[in-house]
Ligand binder design. Structure first.
Ligand code: NDP
Length: 271
């Protein structure tokens, strides 16, 4: 029997998820269909229930529905609870099970593809929106010393407060950008939407060490953040690896088999 999956969002035409999931399925000899689903912004929940009735086994969720998906799930993973957002839904025995694989995707890209161990590394996470919330727990679990800076400092402080209250052991520092301008980091992650407007969050040369990794969650074009970081001799990476690795984690949740994500990242970069 062919398993039915899809990615739901608005807009959705740009999504590379069908390409990625069918490439994984081909690697592992799994028969599945995977389609793009455009849901009306005001009708996400009905659309999901309709797809369940049609026999869908699961959905990936993208902008702007990750928070709505969180509200729709009957069961949530720890990562989904921490992110307060769901990007992977599984439909099992009448229940909707929600996961968030964005953070694991980022972590696997940094540790496995870029070969950087985050234990005790000074990591600056720029941004305090949905993407930032999704990656905090995996970064802390990997042993990163985390600083969060955001244009609206109060949102960074709220994020840090939430995770610090969980009593995970490692405390997050939070501020606006001014407070971190004299601190040097091993890793700087851009989790802001600044690249969409061809802007970058404020950084200084002093934020960079000789081998600092500058990681932009955006992909598709080199952002101003990566251009500036490159000028300061940073090692740079865009978010394509994170995209493929979050899909690999979703694939594992659904099928119990790990695809070769690196091969798909390589193929997408060459396409
Ligand atoms: P949100 O809208 O939830 O958050 C946006 C964040 O960006 C806020 O912290 C906001 O600051 C900040 N911001 C926006 N514009 C600027 C600017 N000009 N200068 C500085 N800060 C700015 O977005 P998401 O968190 O969902 O997404 C953030 C990015 O991550 C997007 O580019 C998205 O494409 C990418 N992403 C990539 C993924 C991948 O798999 N590669 C997965 C998920 C996201 P403020 O609070 O002050 O408004």
């Amino acid at each position: 029997m062919t398993l039915k999956y899809g990615v739901i969002g608005h807009p959705i035409a740009h999504s590379q998820s069908p390409l990625i999931h069918t490439a994984f399925a081909d690697q592992l000899g799994i028969a599945l269909s995977y389609e793009r689903v455009l849901a009306p912004v005001d009708d996400f929940e009905h659309t999901v229930h309709g797809l369940i009735k049609q026999g869908f086994n699961g959905l990936n969720v993208t902008v702007p529905f990750k928070f709505r998906a969180y509200g729709l799930c009957d069961v949530l993973s720890d990562d989904a609870k921490a992110a307060k957002a769901v990007n992977t839904m599984s439909f099992k025995q009448g229940q909707i099970v929600g996961d968030n694989t964005d953070g694991v995707g980022l972590l696997n890209d940094i540790t496995q593809n870029l070969h950087l161990d985050l234990m005790n590394k000074q990591v600056l996470l720029m941004g305090a929106g949905g993407a930032a919330y999704g990656v905090v727990l995996p970064l802390l679990k990997a042993g990163a010393r985390l600083f969060v800076a955001n244009r609206s400092p109060e949102k960074a402080v709220a994020l840090a407060h939430m995770f610090n209250e969980m009593g995970l052991g490692l405390l997050i520092h939070a501020s606006g950008y001014d407070a971190v301008q004299h601190l040097a980091f091993d890793v700087i992650i851009n989790a802001t939407a600044s690249g969409l407007g061809n802007e970058a969050p404020p950084m200084t040369a002093g934020n960079f060490k000789p081998q600092t990794l500058a990681y932009d969650m955006m992909y598709g074009k080199e952002t101003m953040f990566l251009q500036q970081a490159r000028a300061w001799q940073a090692v740079v990476a865009d978010g394509l690896g994170m995209l493929v690795e979050q899909a690999a984690e979703a694939f594992f949740i659904w099928h119990g088999k790990r695809p070769n994500a690196a091969a798909v990242i390589k193929a997408l970069r060459q396409a």
